[in-house]
Design a binder for this molecule. Structure first.
Ligand code: 6GU
Length: 225
């Protein structure tokens, strides 16, 4: 998969060199390129923002640099993602779906957002998704883009070493994950649940499923309805 990221803060994405995604990039499973939006400006001050039409607080990102960046990056295969608190909620199902795409372009806005005509114009040329990572406000799309890239990237075949570890995870079957334990069997007076040490695989699977239901009901009841 190819991922292009457009941002005024390319430094935010240095963490993509680390851990599983860093290895995936080195192995060629993931080709990520970060672009500085200011490289698509032509004025001496490399201006990317201006005051909002109609008035109001804050600044809005001007359309011209975004238009030039998308002209340079879009192909027939591209899906364009605008991280925004005004987008639809990003969930595991969409991560799975996007992990099969050829080319993702992340457009990270700052300030009060990007001139809406950029999104309209992109929509005429590619599939466009405006998405939010949750009901709270961040200062810009960069951290949200990182979240989405990590969620998608780890689902690309070969990125996570043992594909079985992707199966029994929270949200994969609509339930939260069961609790995990390792050795020692007793630690600071706390015991590992005996069923996990008994070797009865059917009993273990049943116990884990019960734990998933109990935990989901207690912590995230809305997932069950
Ligand atoms: Cl995608 N962007 C910003 N700026 N804030 C957010 C968000 C995105 N998702 C939740 N809050």
């Amino acid at each position: 998969m190819r991922i292009d990221i457009v941002t005024i803060f390319p430094e935010f994405f240095s963490v993509l060199d680390v851990s599983l995604l860093g290895t995936a990039r080195k192995n060629g499973l993931l080709d990520v390129v970060v672009h500085d939006l200011r490289d698509f400006t032509h004025d001496r001050h490399r201006t990317v923002d201006d005051t909002p039409a109609g008035g109001g607080a804050g600044m809005v990102m001007r359309p011209e640099p975004w238009g030039e960046a998308l002209d340079a990056l879009l192909t027939e295969q591209s899906t364009v993602i605008f991280p925004t608190p005004a987008g639809s909620l990003f969930v595991q199902k969409q991560a799975r779906e996007l992990s099969g795409r050829e080319h993702l372009v992340f457009c990270c806005g700052r300030y009060e957002g990007i001139d809406q005509r950029v999104i309209e114009h992109a929509r005429a040329r590619a599939e466009v998704i405006e998405l939010s990572i949750g009901d709270y406000v961040l200062n810009g799309g960069e951290v949200a883009a990182m979240v989405v890239i990590e969620a998608i990237g780890r689902l690309i075949p070969g990125v996570v070493g043992n594909p079985e570890s992707l199966v029994e995870e929270s949200h994969e079957d609509g339930l939260l994950e069961y609790p995990s334990y390792t050795k020692p069997a007793e630690w600071r007076g706390l015991a590992t649940p005996p069923v996990l040490l008994g070797g009865n695989h059917a009993a273990i699977a049943a116990w884990r499923h019960d734990q998933q239901l109990e935990r989901t009901e207690r912590v995230r009841p809305e997932l069950l309805s």
